[in-house]
Design a protein around this ligand. Structure first.
Ligand SMILES: [Zn+2]
Ligand SMILES: [Zn+2]
Length: 400
């Protein structure tokens, strides 16, 4: 078998060879943004590109119309390594999250690796995962795919995401929503208050009790609780018979998050008991937290460093404060997974903005995508050409 460094050199060349094509894909998506679950043109563009390069493509996988899976087999069975594409835009700001570059990087790295698969045992997959921003029926498609077991037979999953700095290994918060619907009894607020059961009082108590949970929060688990009273009565002279609280609960620790969601539920039950009202609590998991796979993260980081990228040490990034939640978290709970952030704009550029969308088609943004694409392809080579790397990642996954 060819030496790993030689294979890495070949996939870098194969990314450079696609340079203008990847720029064109990024620009086309930028100019033709589609909201989540409606990315029909994007998924057609990307799957056609894969097919032109000899990939076997399945469209609309798992009943998700704009999802796809492209596969390229090596000379024999071996590690199955996937790279993920996202291609949904945001209302008003188009590709303000830069998913056009995620799509280009997945196509570019997958195709680059396919060019050396005749020398390797294994399979490279490019998987199209729609609606990351939560729009439409395919919202959070990676979660839907996780629930259907799609990630369970992957040996490793990689992706990149545009950002305002270079990093690998950042955590992501898991998120649950908790809805509390209180039911009381209306009554004249002045003439006969004793005949009422005040649902707004219950909601207020639950709101305060939930916020009090912060005081006993585990400091290393990055707990975030945010909520509103979304319904609180119709007129001040009527004791409200209905009030609703909507909370989001997030943490970087999956088990702790479940525990805290149960505690939030208890706050609602306690408030109902205190006020004599009834409560219906609906707990819903949106995204899982990200399970960092250290061996995989280190490989991805080393390949960026080898390319000369000035990137913070991955060991610092995993200790950093996680800000966002993503459906990639659910992938990372099912298979060894790692993601990189590529710097396409200055540090103070806000996410989900017109400015970030524009940055995705500047020379700086496009060159960052090319570098990130090379690092993804090189990491896939590390995994497919040296199954010991897969074993290390799997062992870590199974023991953490
Ligand atoms: Zn976003
Ligand atoms: Zn995004």
């Amino acid at each position: 078998m060819m030496e790993i460094n030689e294979l890495k050199r070949l996939v870098q060349e194969a990314v450079d060879y696609q340079r203008e094509r990847l720029f064109a894909i990024s620009r086309w998506l930028y100019e033709n943004p589609e909201l989540g679950s409606e990315e029909f043109k994007a998924s057609e563009l990307l799957t056609a590109e894969l097919e032109r390069n000899g990939f076997k493509v399945d469209r609309g996988i798992l009943g998700i119309p704009t999802a796809f899976s492209g596969s390229y087999m090596g000379k024999d069975k071996g590690p199955r390594v996937a790279v993920l594409a996202e291609y949904d835009a945001l209302p008003g700001v188009g590709h303000g999250c830069g998913h056009n570059l995620i799509a280009a990087s997945a196509i570019g790295s997958g195709i680059a690796v396919s060019k050396v698969m005749d020398k390797l045992k294994g399979e490279v997959l490019v998987v199209g995962t729609p609606a990351e921003e939560g729009h439409g029926p395919s919202a959070g498609s990676k979660v839907i795919m996780a629930e259907k077991g799609f990630w369970d037979n992957m040996d490793a999953v990689l992706m990149l995401h545009p950002s305002t700095r270079w990093s690998v290994g950042d955590l992501a918060l898991g998120i649950w929503t908790v809805k509390m619907e209180f039911e009381g009894r209306t009554s004249h607020a002045a003439a006969s208050p004793e005949k009422g059961l005040n649902a707004l009082n219950a909601a207020t108590l639950a709101y305060i009790a939930t916020h009090m949970l912060r005081q006993e929060a585990r400091r290393d688990a990055n707990l975030v609780i945010h909520g509103i009273i979304s319904e609180g009565g119709l007129a001040s002279n009527i004791i409200p018979d209905r009030a609703v609280c909507d909370f989001g609960v997030r943490s970087s620790d999956e088990n702790y998050l479940k525990l805290m969601v149960d505690k939030v539920e208890k706050c609602a039950e306690g408030a109902a008991l205190a006020t004599g009202t009834k409560v219906k609590v609906t707990k819903k998991k949106l995204y899982s937290s990200k399970k960092v796979n250290e061996p995989l993260t280190e490989l991805l980081w080393k390949n960026h460093v080898a390319l000369g990228v000035d990137m913070a040490d991955w060991r610092e990034s995993i200790r950093g404060m996680p800000m966002a939640s993503t459906d990639f978290g659910d992938v990372s709970q099912r298979a060894p997974a790692a993601a990189s952030y590529i710097k396409i704009a200055e540090e103070n550029t806000p996410g989900h903005s017109r400015e970030l969308a524009d940055a995705s088609v500047t020379p700086i943004g496009l060159e960052a995508m090319i570098l990130g694409t090379k690092a993804l392809a090189m990491t896939m080579i590390d995994l497919i050409a040296d199954p010991e790397n897969i074993e290390r990642a799997k062992k870590y996954f199974n023991t953490h």
